[in-house]
Design a protein around this ligand. Structure first.
Ligand code: AR6
Length: 168
């Protein structure tokens, strides 16, 4: 099951929320800053032991003070025009995050709109990559019960809803 909601991802009570992090995993602005603020300082201390994360990869930590049990940290590509592997790297973020969820026995996972803030990936392309990649993964993995796309703005929510309705 896939749903689209408009809310602050840090409020969700799910097995894992995904963080749109950077390669240092040492925090930042946007959704990353919000997640670290809500999870508390133990999250940063844990992230500091992980040795960073390559673009497209994902790493898992506990959720600490969050309602979510875990945080899956992934690093989206910075948009540089689309010719430097950005679409494939963004798809890798969704696939690798879901794979980590399966490996850890998690059933409910919520994604922010990775790379579409500070990293400037165009929302119309990013949300179609997000929805097609998640749909393809779920077709092969019935262990995951629910994937939530969490949008921060009305316009992002409309983009995700139309991408899902198109069957993309
Ligand atoms: N809940 C849900 N979505 C949010 C929240 C929130 N609390 N806050 C922001 N968003 P961004 P990126 C949305 O910039 O483009 C950080 O500094 C936001 O509106 O957070 O992958 C990292 O450390 C946008 O739609 O992530 C990296 O350096 C989406 O989350 C860099 O930013 C992603 O925007 C990563 O950039």
């Amino acid at each position: 099951m896939i749903e689209v909601i408009q809310t602050d991802i840090t409020t969700l009570d799910v097995d894992a929320i995904v963080n749109a992090a950077n390669t240092s995993l040492l925090g930042g602005g946007g959704v990353d800053g919000a997640i670290h603020r809500a999870a508390g300082p133990k999250l940063l201390a844990k992230c500091a032991t992980l040795g960073g994360c390559k673009t497209g990869n994902a790493k898992i930590t506990p959720g600490y003070n969050l309602s979510a049990k875990h945080v899956i940290h992934t690093v989206g590509p910075v948009w540089r025009g689309g010719g430097r592997g950005e679409p494939e790297l963004l798809a890798d973020c969704y696939r690798n995050s879901l794979q980590l969820a399966v490996e850890n026995g998690l059933k409910t996972i919520a994604f922010p709109s990775i790379s579409t803030g500070v990293y400037r990936f165009p929302i119309d392309r990013a949300c179609r990559i997000a929805t097609t990649t998640v749909k393809a993964f779920l077709a092969d993995h019935d262990e995951i019960e629910k994937v939530t796309f969490v949008c921060f703005s009305n316009s992002d929510r409309a983009e995700y809803e139309s991408a899902l309705a198109e069957g993309n």
